[in-house]
Design a protein around this ligand. Structure first.
Ligand code: ADP
Length: 184
């Protein structure tokens, strides 16, 4: 499924984030920037040791990456030139600012991409794996945040993709995007 929002192509597709031919892929990282499981493990495995080495340097310089923020490294062996590492919140029931922190993770990634002059990027479904954020709620936050950013920054990006790992997750994102676009 795709839509054009203020001059940017927004695409939802099923696939593996490490295969994407975009300028930057976004990693669902942890605050220590230690490669972990899920998206994080896949990106570090495919991208090779250069990514972990740059993460180590960022850890030494600034202690890692707080929840809701983002840092950038090169893409190592990936097709993508950069990896934007953002940290989504761990779901703790919804009363600990999880919604705003998840929106902030998307916003921070988009802002960092804009600062670097990146034109195309791919997001995974942040926080909905090991961090257990409820999928439909996360999809609503993800798509609303991206839509609002694109609307406020027309033509900054040529393309933003969501790369969903499975068909059921893609279906939730498609249904949610239709609702978000209908809401205007
Ligand atoms: P978090 O710790 O932020 O919850 P995870 O990596 O555990 O992040 O999961 C986030 C989402 O990414 C889940 O929907 C998971 O199925 C999906 N996922 C896992 N590996 C990949 C991959 N290689 N490409 C795209 N999505 C992936």
């Amino acid at each position: 499924m795709e839509a054009i929002i203020a001059g940017t192509l927004l695409q939802l597709l099923q696939g593996d984030i490490v295969d994407q031919e975009v300028e930057a892929v976004v990693n669902a990282a942890n605050t220590g920037l230690w490669g972990g499981s899920g998206v994080d493990g896949a990106i570090h495995r495919a991208g090779g040791p250069a990514i972990a080495e740059e993460c180590r340097r960022i850890r030494e310089e600034q202690g890692g990456c707080p929840v809701g923020q983002a840092v950038i490294t090169s893409g190592g062996f990936l097709k993508a030139r950069y990896v934007i590492h953002t940290v989504g919140p761990i779901w703790r029931g919804g009363r600990e600012g999880e919604d705003e922190l998840l929106a902030s993770a998307y916003r921070s990634s988009l802002q960092l991409a804009r600062e670097k002059g990146i034109k195309s990027l791919a997001f995974p479904s942040i926080s909905t794996g090991a961090y257990r954020f409820p999928l439909e709620r996360a999809a609503g936050i993800a798509l609303t945040t991206v839509k609002d950013f694109l609307t406020a920054n027309p033509g900054i990006f040529s393309e933003v993709r969501f790369v969903l790992f499975s068909q059921p997750v893609l279906a939730v994102y498609e249904k949610t995007l239709a609702e978000v676009l209908d809401a205007g």
